[in-house]
Write a protein that binds this ligand. Structure first.
Ligand code: KG4
Ligand code: ZN
Length: 342
């Protein structure tokens, strides 16, 4: 694929972050704005869909204006508009999609629908122009582990935008397991960062939680470990003992990290991958990042911390490669709330 020089404006509104970004040539950040609704949803202990879509309605225009302003450009200067088409909450996705359609129509720019998961994959190669050294472009084939709130997938990436799905979770996603386990332990939403914080003072070997075996080698299952935590909590409560939250959080986190690491390394060997990639909200987890970075068998692509969770820069990055390939979406593009990468 020959790559043009292009500025992409992207919009992301799949869940509880309203985001817009401008990226040059698929990796160089000109701006990235994220308006988080986390504090609003924390009151409900999780994302409240109707509240989320109404917050997107309030934030979308100012966020887009700020992204263009921070990049020092006008809408007329962008080459295309990329937008998250799915997966995500339908009512949230619609807000970003319609904003993107309006801009594309008004400014006569190409419109490109992007899969949110594909965006996460491209978050690894983002570079803050002038502030850091741009990460090396990927070498294929590459073993990509996607770990977000709604998805856990192992995909072999054989070229840009080209994947072979090897396995996925049979039940809870890794992020979902963090969120549900945090709730069991009485830790605040969002669960991932809460577990990470609680685990800092805990012993990861205090509890031996089970590593699930799956029939297919590249699938995952996280509902068993969540149930094991629940059983321990209930047992201690029945015995009137204080729940050792830090030890439990650390042991849970250790087991999840080991499961993800071991399987990804095995798959990378099996499929002769040149590199590994981890992406999605859970890739923000310090223990997970350290575990992958402490092995020396494979080069690991990990997004910078700020680009692990939802943002529009990653949507612009994936959108750029789709733009280069000639993908264009019509004005009749609809949201796709359930949309696996493959
Ligand atoms: O990718 P993301 O921002 O949204 C989705 O596309 O789902 O991922 C959100 C998920 C949540 O489940 C959250 O608990 C988890 O990522 N997460 C973490 C950490 N930060 C966010 N999980 C573990 N450790 C973290 N530090
Ligand atoms: Zn995400």
């Amino acid at each position: 694929m020959s790559l043009p020089s292009a500025k992409i404006l992207a919009i992301e509104s799949s869940c509880d972050e309203t985001a817009a970004a401008v990226i040059q040539d698929g990796r160089f950040l000109l701006s990235s704005v994220v308006a988080s609704q986390m504090e609003i949803h924390a009151r409900f202990g999780g994302v409240f869909p109707e509240v989320a879509s109404r917050q997107h309605v309030l934030s979308i225009a100012p966020v887009i204006n700020q992204a263009l302003g921070d990049a020092g450009i006008q809408l007329a200067d962008v080459d295309a508009i990329a937008v998250t088409q799915g997966p995500g909450l339908a009512g949230s996705l619609v807000v970003g999609l319609n904003a993107a359609k309006g801009l594309a129509l008004g400014a006569n720019k190409p419109l490109i629908g992007v899969n949110h998961l594909e965006g996460h994959i491209y978050s690894s190669w983002l570079s803050e122009s002038g502030k850091d050294q741009a990460p090396e472009p990927p070498q294929f084939p590459l073993m990509a582990l996607l770990v977000s709130g709604g998805h856990t997938e192992l995909n072999l990436m054989t070229d840009h935008l080209t994947y072979q799905r090897l396995g996925a979770t049979l039940d809870d996603a890794a992020g979902e397991a963090f969120d549900k386990t945090a709730r069991l332990l009485g830790l605040p939403y969002p669960g991932g960062p809460s577990i990470q914080l609680a685990a800092e003072g805990g012993d990861p070997t205090a509890f031996q939680f089970p590593i699930a075996r799956t029939e297919h080698p590249w699938d995952f299952s996280f509902s068993g470990i969540k149930t094991a935590v629940l059983r321990e909590v209930r047992r201690m409560e029945a015995e009137n003992r204080a729940v050792p939250v830090a030890d439990m959080a650390a042991s849970f986190q250790f087991t999840v990290v080991q499961t993800l690491l071991v399987k990804t390394l095995q798959a990378a060997r099996e499929f002769n991958a040149k590199e590994i990639l981890i992406a999605g909200g859970v890739s923000a987890n310090k223990a997970l990042r350290n575990a992958f970075l402490s092995q020396s068998e494979f080069k690991v692509n990990i997004p910078k911390f700020v680009y692990c969770t939802d943002n529009a820069a990653m949507i612009a990055a994936a959108g750029f490669f789709k733009f280069a390939r000639g993908d264009r979406s019509g004005m009749d593009m609809d949201v796709i709330p359930t949309w696996p990468l493959l």
